[in-house]
Design a protein around this ligand. Structure first.
Ligand SMILES: NC(=O)c1ccc[n+]([C@@H]2O[C@H](COP(=O)([O-])OP(=O)(O)OC[C@H]3O[C@@H](n4cnc5c(N)ncnc54)[C@H](O)[C@@H]3O)[C@@H](O)[C@H]2O)c1
Length: 437
């Protein structure tokens, strides 16, 4: 056994600050309130439901993860956030239509009391939104200062001892890293001149890191995935991670594709299409926001199947992803996959997946886990990119020069081994020879 990592205890309350209080954020918040009241169970959450095996299979030690590592408890979470619409969490959750109205009504008081702060917003980055609950500012720099003041006020008003910020805002237009994102100095200069390469999500992230608060990016936006931001996170000893919660169709892809590769089955084509009718779908109807999402969704197969290593199996793969805005479905998305595979001697076969899913129901437990694990990471002295949390993302942020790990099962092993490492337990290699000596 190794020496355990020193982890500061989870004392006091944990503030959860959320830019973007729409469907995902309110389903998460209302869900935590419901679990606290015994009105539901946190299914889908590894931190709440998952166990971790320690030692040999014969040791029979498999505690719950939440009993193994010192996580904040659900009763310790205090919520706050920003949105371009002034609706309370109760109104936003009602509008999103994810949770039943009678369940929301049972928690009306705390949800209604939760009102978003004015947003740092710029319509050029999310063209399909037209909210009026936004900050006035002379520059991006000024916006950062305003967000920092919001954070300080929230901390003083609520008395929380620690904070986490998690982006649940809309998907912004596609941006690529440029000179303004290269260093802390160039980024700060860009904030002062309101460089167009600096999107509102980056304003929140910069403010959070300056305040020593971990930042999680649940959308595919660039946000914290560039050198200036990662360097600031390292300097300030703060964890960052992203991008884009891995929920419906991409979750299925990262479950199925490793299986095909494990069995050396070829894949010739993978066509994925979706219909969804929530506000996220409306924003993604704009080609500039869709491009950001598309990039995030497309990388997955390429990295799991590794065509350069297996040209005969995956060299001809044709991968297409479509998202169609279709209002009647609301948050209850339908995702179809047609997968053309081939086996022995090249004989073709087809697989059809029709996933009638609920987007925010799948995303909410990921928000909870990411909040709790990033708080743990910070108390354990971990800073910069948290690659061990790739499990939760479609497009995991990673160090330059590495390829991202997309295989859900490798991601889970990496996550659990990180927890074992933190607590000084042996890592599990699955070698298993000791049982046969
Ligand atoms: N639900 C899922 O399964 C899933 C999976 C992966 C990623 N995501 C991403 O999570 C994000 C949230 O999804 P959703 O379904 O809750 O969308 P939503 O449209 O219901 O909520 C997003 C909210 O963000 C607000 N917003 C936009 N820009 C903002 C800004 N600059 N500051 C503050 N608020 C801002 C909007 O007004 C809106 O209320 C989206 O980017 C989506 O792509 C969702």
């Amino acid at each position: 056994m190794d020496k355990p990592v020193v982890i500061r205890p989870a004392e006091g309350k944990l503030g959860v600050l959320i830019p973007g209080m729409g469907a995902v954020a309110t389903t998460f918040i209302a869900g935590v309130e419901a679990v606290r009241r015994g009105l539901g169970q946190p299914f889908g959450s590894l931190t709440q439901m998952g166990t971790i095996r320690l030692g040999k299979r014969t040791d029979k030690r498999s505690p719950l993860i939440k009993d193994f590592v010192p996580l904040a408890g659900l009763d310790d979470l205090v919520f706050g956030g920003w949105d371009v619409f002034p609706d309370s969490a109760y109104e936003a959750a009602t509008h999103a239509g994810v949770l039943r109205q009678d369940l929301l009504d049972a928690m009306k008081e705390p949800l209604h009391a939760l009102r978003p702060m004015k947003a740092a917003f710029d319509r050029n980055y999310v063209r399909r939104l037209d909210g009026r609950h936004i900050k006035e500012a002379t520059s991006r720099w000024d916006l950062v200062q305003q967000v920092r003041e919001d954070i300080q006020r929230f901390k003083a008003d609520t008395g929380v001892s620690r904070l986490i910020m998690i982006w649940c805002g809309s998907t912004e237009i596609f941006l690529e890293p440029g000179p303004v994102h290269a260093t802390i100095e160039s980024f700060e200069q860009g904030l002062k001149t309101s460089d167009p390469g600096i999107a509102p999500s980056m304003v929140y992230a910069w403010a959070a890191l300056q305040e020593g608060i971990p930042f999680i990016n649940g959308a595919p936006n660039l946000t914290v995935d560039f050198p200036a931001m990662v360097e600031l996170a390292r300097q300030r000893h703060v964890p960052v991670c992203g991008k884009d919660y891995k929920t419906g169709q991409t979750l299925m892809k990262t479950i199925l594709a490793p299986g095909f590769k494990a069995r050396m089955l070829g894949v010739r084509g993978w066509f994925s299409t979706n219909i969804l009718g929530n506000r996220d779908g409306e924003v993604l109807d704009d080609p500039a926001s869709f491009k950001t999402k598309e990039e995030s969704k497309l990388g997955v197969l390429e990295h799991i199947l590794q065509p350069p290593l297996y040209p005969d199996l995956y060299g001809q793969l044709y991968h297409k992803v479509r998202i169609n805005y279709y209002p009647p479905r609301g948050d209850e998305k339908e995702g179809w996959d047609n997968i053309d595979i081939f086996g022995w001697l090249g004989y073709p076969m087809q697989i059809k997946v029709d996933f009638l899913c609920r987007d925010s129901i799948l995303a909410a437990p990921l928000v909870l886990d990411l909040v709790l694990f990033n708080d743990l990471a910070q108390r354990a002295g971990m800073r910069g990119i948290q690659e061990w949390l790739s499990f939760y993302f479609k497009s995991p942020q990673h160090a330059p020069g590495l390829y991202p790990e997309h295989d859900l099962f490798i991601q889970l092993m990496k996550l659990k081994n990180t927890l074992r490492h933190m607590q000084g337990e042996d890592l599990i290699t699955h070698l298993g020879q000791e049982y046969y000596d």
